[in-house]
Design a binder for this molecule. Structure first.
Ligand code: BDR
Ligand code: CA
Length: 307
């Protein structure tokens, strides 16, 4: 049985790879792609989603644009990782198609209702659209939400916080507290599932799409080399996507997670109660360990299958 998936994203290099991985995975029925301001402005990430779909001849997958800024905070893009277009590196033509003339949140709600809630919502950008969905459409609840975001003990945009949660902490807090089955695929696991140069070269040798992904890696691995001292790079969003259809690669624990929306120093920190110190009820399945090699092998093979 295939898993119906909605992908809410902000492409973004690793979001783009997650889109391609979804299309290359027979376990998934991709019902639609929605976009949210994050790595770049809403206009840029929406254009990027369409460009990636068109690259593989899948302009038929519906794309809807959502929130153009976080719930409360100012919008700040991650051009230091993803460049001015949000997808710097490979040459891609501008989009031929256009997004639906409807707000992403309404499209998500409609698709979820059509499937009686039997949908996995994979969220790989700031959680603004997802928080709005839960607030505006309380009966359109997906069966599960798999979030790329957060970390137990590290940050990548500040010492305390991961980008997606930091970008819209109020939205993340609402999603984690929603009572929906939520999984958090954070830096603890994405930073242990690294795409190396040899993986990129195997993709590059496979054809046009493989070359595109290798060129994405060429670009974002520079950020990782400068920041972490190694070009081996996480493909954060693709790991979250895989978790939607293949349990077992990421090991999770059901614990309490709250988001720091109060302090400035720790804005967007996910306070993960690994040792049950708070007395608060568990609300999130948190990824704590991963079979990184198995994940990247799967990624390489699936991207190569696209040619
Ligand atoms: C997350 O932030 C973005 O830059 C990436 O696309 C990913 O979703 C990693 O912290
Ligand atoms: Ca992303």
């Amino acid at each position: 049985m295939t898993v119906p998936v909605l992908l809410d994203c902000d492409p973004g290099h690793d979001d783009a790879i997650a889109i391609l991985l979804a299309l290359a995975s027979p376990e998934i029925e991709l019902l639609g792609v929605t976009t949210v301001a994050g790595n770049q402005t809403l206009a840029k990430v929406t254009a990027n989603a369409i460009r990636v779909l068109e690259l593989v001849g899948r302009g038929d997958v519906p794309v809807a644009a959502g929130a153009d800024r976080p719930l409360v905070r100012e919008q700040l893009v991650a051009d230091f990782v993803h460049g001015d277009t949000g997808l710097d590196g490979p040459a891609l033509p501008p989009p031929r198609g256009a997004p639906l003339e409807r707000h992403a949140v309404d499209v998500l709600a409609e698709r979820i209702r059509e499937r009686d809630g039997r949908v996995v919502l994979v969220a790989t950008g700031p959680l603004t659209n997802v928080a709005l969905l839960l607030a505006l459409h309380p009966v359109a609840r997906p069966e599960r939400i798999v979030v790329m975001g957060g970390a137990v003990a590290e940050g990548n945009v500040t010492p305390a916080a991961e980008f997606n949660v930091w970008a819209d902490p109020e939205a993340a807090q609402r999603v984690f507290a929603s009572g929906v089955d939520v999984t958090m695929i954070g830096l603890d696991v994405t930073h242990r599932a690294l795409m190396r140069r040899d993986h990129a070269e195997r993709m590059r040798a496979a054809g046009r799409v493989g070359r595109f992904v290798a060129e994405l890696w060429d670009f974002f691995s520079r950020f990782h080399l400068e920041t972490y001292g190694s070009e081996d790079s996480p493909v954060h969003d693709a790991l979250a996507l895989v978790h939607a259809f293949r349990a077992g690669l990421v090991e999770t624990r059901f614990v309490n997670v709250e988001v720091d929306c109060e302090s400035s120093l720790c804005r967007g920190r996910t306070v993960v109660d690994v040792w049950r110190r708070s007395g608060r009820e568990p609300n999130v399945h948190v990824g704590l360990a991963v079979d990184g090699e198995a994940f990247v092998e799967l990624l390489v093979e699936r991207i190569r299958s696209l040619g």
